[in-house]
Design a protein around this ligand. Structure first.
Ligand SMILES: *Cc1c(COP(=O)(O)O)cnc(C)c1O
Length: 404
């Protein structure tokens, strides 16, 4: 099955020949989606007790920063992930911010961040006054490449008094953020070895990866601290929301304190012992979250079924491949991903524009962080894999209900 014309034909570059192949591409997508009309990239599904729990908040007046649903949501997240502590917050970006703060990231430090990520990962570093230092990804996970990182650190880093320094900038390098792209886990064990060797904290940006496992353990349990997101487009939603996950009881306590404006518990007095944040998740959002997480097994089963349908549909297609989970992982397939072969990558924008014109939402991956105006002068390693893959990725409709 040929999506793209043979290279020679394509090099003639007629729009007609391209158009014919777009037609093939769209009919393949349609054969999986079996839906007519507009198909969004990722829509939430409210098929459980959402109305009941949210109504309960309204009926009782407990809509804001206190109420039973916040604790219950944290408890359900702890049970689901097997991670000891969950601290629900206003969004995933705030969760990342607190993770970095608690890992001791301070003014003038550097934090290693994958070049291919959503902008929040780098922004959270800057909220701490630190500098993102961009690192490359690998083909099998679309996330941090531990081997390439190790070779790079051997070259540019030095350890003094148990602190890793960038020899070129003389700034401390404090942490690595592993972002699990589209829900596919980074190769965490080798990455942890690199972290150990170079005295770096591992922070997981698991915003997209609730329900994904690395070697049978839920992601977010490998880093010292991890962040998840419950934005409207994520695997489950609270409207807006996020959570800090950690197995460290002391850090969990500090996280709760920091997100509650660092208020010292007292029956009436307003005493705050440091500059804190107003980052707690409101009860009404947590109510939605409780109803959503009760359905997560079904969401993930559907998403994995949808991924399997895409994989089959594209398995014999020349010029493009469906991205599947790395061999060590069980992924939530948050966003399904096609990767165009090197020789046809110029076709991507045409595929994007034609599918969107027909109401099938497709998206490219994010612009690389080092290309963004505010981050273009940040330190970085060779980013050849991110640069290459960044031009070849197409995300295709991934809502859970499409896999039913
Ligand atoms: C969604 C997302 C975030 C941020 O989450 P919000 O809840 O939108 O603040 C951070 N990192 C990644 C990789 C994300 O996809």
């Amino acid at each position: 099955l040929y999506i793209f014309p043979e290279a020679e034909i394509w090099s003639e570059g007629t729009y007609m020949s391209a158009k014919f192949d777009i037609f093939n591409f769209i009919s393949l997508l349609k054969s999986v989606l079996k839906e007519d009309g507009k198909i969004p990239l990722h829509e939430p599904l409210f098929a459980g007790k959402e109305w009941k729990y949210v109504k309960d908040c309204l009926d009782t007046g407990w809509v804001s920063s206190a109420g039973k649903y916040v604790n219950e949501f944290d408890f359900k997240l702890e049970q689901y992930t097997g991670i000891k502590h969950s601290i629900a917050v206003v969004n995933g970006t705030a969760a990342l911010h607190i993770c970095l703060k608690l890992a001791g990231v301070r003014q003038g430090d550097e934090v290693l961040v994958p070049a291919l990520t959503f902008v929040a990962t780098a922004n959270a570093v800057v909220y701490c006054g630190a500098i993102p230092h961009f690192i490359d990804i690998e083909v099998k996970s679309l996330g941090v490449d531990p081997v390439k990182l190790y070779d790079y650190l051997k070259e540019i880093a030095v350890i003094k008094n148990d602190i890793c320094f960038n020899k070129q900038t003389m700034r401390p390098i404090k942490a690595v953020i592993a972002m699990h792209t589209f829900g596919h886990p980074v190769d965490l064990e080798p990455l942890l070895e690199v972290c150990k060797k170079y005295k770096l904290d591992l922070i997981e940006d698991a915003a997209e990866a609730l329900g994904s496992y690395y070697k049978n353990r839920h992601v977010g349990s490998y880093g010292r601290l991890s962040a998840v997101s419950f934005n409207g487009n994520k695997i489950i939603t609270t409207g807006g929301g996020g959570a800090i996950l950690t197995n460290d009881t002391e850090l969990a306590k500090m996280a709760r304190h920091l997100i509650t404006t660092a208020k010292v518990p007292h029956p009436w007095a307003f005493i705050h012992d440091q500059v804190g944040y107003n980052y707690r998740m409101p009860n009404i959002n947590a109510a939605l979250g409780c109803a959503q997480i009760e359905q997560i097994d079904r969401f993930i089963a559907n998403k994995r079924a949808l991924a399997e349908k895409y994989r089959k549909a594209f398995s014999n297609v020349h010029g493009i491949r469906f991205f599947t989970e790395p061999e060590y992982a069980r992924s939530n397939y948050w966003l399904n991903t096609l990767i165009i072969d090197e020789e046809y990558k110029e076709m991507r924008d045409l595929l994007l524009s034609e599918t969107n014109k027909q109401g099938i939402s497709t998206r490219p991956s994010w612009e690389l962080m080092n290309k963004l105006e505010m981050y273009k002068d940040c330190p970085r390693m060779d980013l050849s894999i991110a640069e290459n893959l960044g031009q070849r990725i197409i995300n295709i409709p991934s809502s859970a209900y499409l896999g039913e």
